[in-house]
Design a protein around this ligand. Structure first.
Ligand SMILES: [Zn+2]
Length: 656
């Protein structure tokens, strides 16, 4: 076992996980040893004869579980981005074990008694201590033995169901692909895209992306093919309806055990929103205007189409109206958005202008797949900051969407610099350059905003490093970073034709930005519908039977005033991975909650001269570098110099 790469720290620069050496058979032994070691460390902390101090209790807990941390980080990175049947098997086996392990720590009575006695005057320590106490109470540390026993069962079952949901969904993306015999049925897609869909048997398979409104719906000219694609999208993974309903009931039961009226109340209590009422007040301000907006848009589309718009028609006719109204063709900008250039001369360049940081290729450092590239990031004075790894392409064994994750958390405690990663799901062309859509460019800037939050972290403890902030705050810095996508000096630098190197003509730039407000009714309603669906599942009262899950879903949208047939939720229950297979249960509202702070911050940048080092440094110092080591809203106030208001968001979304 001496050769198991997880048993010792990685010897690679910045402790990048040694993916080239990691084999599937290393994971389970590393998980087992990692959990056993951490339990021994925790026992030693709990039974320490010395009086409890911050150092010998909280800091000691922060130091524990290093083998487990290394194994889990590498494993879940691969499980999300480059899974195999073997990895899926391990995940099924290990997820309930990890849930049990976490309970064994947080339900340890001797440890909890000790944590309650710790005191400190240091503000960073006091904040972390508060987090630990909150984590333990929320995990059930104050419950009786029989209550804790039930809680353990619930956690294990929920963890098992969540893995089941994720795996059913991953298989559905290819199993539910739109398959056609004749390339003619795919009329509207460009030639290269069609070529990439060709299978060995000569047929064509268009896999599903993980949201309702498949991008190809904007292009496919055959209405019947669009209808089929839409039906496959919303009806995929039908077994997940039952899995989701079961999870919602178990979460309601768990919330009751922990003293909350429902899972939503439990879920928001440690967020910046804090209460169900606060979330509902904000959503209430948005639903009416958003639906009115979408209805107006639907009328314009119906006029264009000559018939009432069905959900599978929306994108197709929206593209036509967009072309007519703004003379803007989404495909026309793609030659100006070549992947490599978007990163080097756009995403990285904006970071250099704002923060002075620079990026160096590290082809010697490898990821878990040949598509992963690694860059070393340095500060303006040359001081090393960390590594950034990028995995841009879609693969059948990769989960949908785009995300950032940490491979190494920055902390002064271990004197470690961050290693952060971005994943996108861009279709890899069969040959030639990768040309992005405008949405994909925006996603690249968004995910890199998370990466900067991780890279700029300067905190003592890993628990509060970088993006380890409340879920309804974490999207805020990443959304702010989207403002540079169309910032004139940045856009001019990266949006160049992939063949000629010519900058994007000003006329096209003007059209691109003028069209930005277009389709906001659709976008806001599909998002809010998903948010309110998440909310309905997680406001189930303990013991309440939701009945038939599909009927529950329809009734929930109706009751929330968001049901509008042409604009279905961005995620239906059966593929709502954020809330049934990720950490966003009763948390999908977070994106728009964060957007309030984002819209305010964009105003601040504009008021203060936009793209300057001074502005970047202020944002970095007051906000990005703090991670979760201070009250997030206090960091926002220090940056903005005031309380957040909702008006900038309403204006941006055309809802004012
Ligand atoms: Zn994000």
């Amino acid at each position: 076992m001496a050769e198991n790469p997880f048993f010792a720290p990685s010897s690679l620069p910045y402790q990048l996980p040694p993916f080239a050496e990691i084999r599937e058979e290393h994971y389970l032994p590393a998980f087992e040893r990692g959990m056993a070691e951490q339990l021994a460390e925790v026992d030693a902390i709990a039974s320490n004869p010395e009086p409890p101090t911050f150092e010998n209790t909280i800091a000691a807990l922060e130091r524990s579980g290093r083998v487990l941390g290394r194994a889990a980080t590498a494993f879940f990175t691969v499980a999300a981005s480059n899974s195999t049947d073997g990895v899926m098997e391990i995940e099924k086996r290990i997820s309930p074990e990890l849930s049990k392990h976490s309970d064994a720590i947080r339900l340890n009575r001797a440890l909890w008694a000790r944590i309650k006695q710790v005191a400190t005057d240091d503000p960073e320590e006091a904040w972390l201590l508060e987090k630990y106490r909150d984590d333990f109470v929320r995990a059930g540390a104050d419950l009786t033995e029989p209550e804790q026993a039930r809680l353990r069962e619930l956690n294990e079952e929920l963890s098992r169901l969540s893995t089941e949901f994720r795996q059913i969904l991953l298989r559905a993306s290819t199993e539910s692909a739109l398959v056609v015999d004749d390339a003619k049925e795919l009329d509207g897609l460009d030639e290269a895209a069609v070529a990439a869909l060709r299978q060995d048997d000569g047929r064509y398979a268009l896999p599903l992306l993980n949201f309702t409104n498949q991008p190809a719906l904007a292009q496919l000219t055959d209405r019947e093919v669009r209808r089929r694609l839409y039906a496959l999208s919303v009806e995929r993974a039908p077994r997940n309806f039952e899995v989701a309903a079961r999870m919602a009931r178990l979460r309601a039961e768990r919330a009751a055990l922990l003293g909350f009226p429902n899972h939503a109340a439990y879920s928001v209590a440690d967020q910046t929103a804090k209460t169900v009422e606060a979330v509902e007040e904000m959503l209430g301000q948005l639903v009416g205007p958003a639906v009115r907006n979408a209805r107006r848009e639907a009328e314009a589309l119906a006029e264009q189409a000559g018939f009432a718009i069905e959900p599978w028609d929306w994108s197709y006719y929206a593209e036509k109206v967009r072309k007519a109204r703004y003379d803007f063709d989404a495909e026309a900008v793609r030659p100006y958005f070549e992947l490599e250039r978007v990163y080097r001369d756009g995403v990285f360049h904006a970071a250099t202008r704002l923060y002075g940081v620079t990026f160096a290729d590290r082809p010697d450092l490898r990821g878990y797949h040949e598509d992963v590239t690694v860059f070393e990031v340095s500060d303006a004075d040359g001081t090393p900051l960390g590594l950034f790894a990028l995995d841009p392409y879609a693969r059948a064994n990769k989960r949908g969407g785009a995300w950032m994750n940490n491979l190494v958390d920055q902390s002064f405690l271990f004197d470690e610099l961050p290693v952060v990663m971005n994943n996108l799901n861009v279709t890899k062309p069969a040959s030639g350059p990768t040309l992005l859509t405008y949405d994909e460019v925006t996603t690249a800037f968004h995910e890199f905003g998370h990466a900067l939050h991780g890279l700029f972290s300067r905190v003592r403890y890993p628990r509060v490093s970088g993006t380890n902030v409340p879920r309804d705050f974490v999207e805020y810095p990443s959304q702010v970073n989207e403002m540079w996508v169309t910032w004139p000096e940045i856009l001019a630098n990266y949006a160049r034709h992939y063949e000629t190197g010519e900058p994007m003509p000003q006329e096209l730039v003007d059209k691109l930005t003028a069209a930005e407000q277009f389709n906001q009714g659709f976008k806001t309603v599909e998002y809010l519908a998903a948010t309110l669906l998440d909310w309905a599942w997680h406001k189930l009262a303990p013991g309440e039977d939701p009945g038939d899950p599909e009927a529950f879903e329809a009734a929930a949208l109706e009751a929330a005033g968001i049901a509008f047939a042409p604009v279905p939720p961005r995620y239906r229950t059966n593929y709502f991975a954020h809330i049934f297979a990720g950490g966003y249960s009763a948390g999908y509202y977070s994106y728009i909650w964060s957007e309030v702070l984002d819209a305010e911050s964009v105003e601040w940048f504009k008021e203060n001269g936009g793209l300057t080092r001074e502005n970047g440094d202020h944002f970095r110092r007051e906000l990005l570098s703090r991670g979760g080591s201070v009250d997030p809203l206090a960091a926002f106030r220090a940056f903005r110099g005031g309380e957040p208001r909702i008006e900038p968001l309403l204006a941006r979304r055309g809802l004012a």
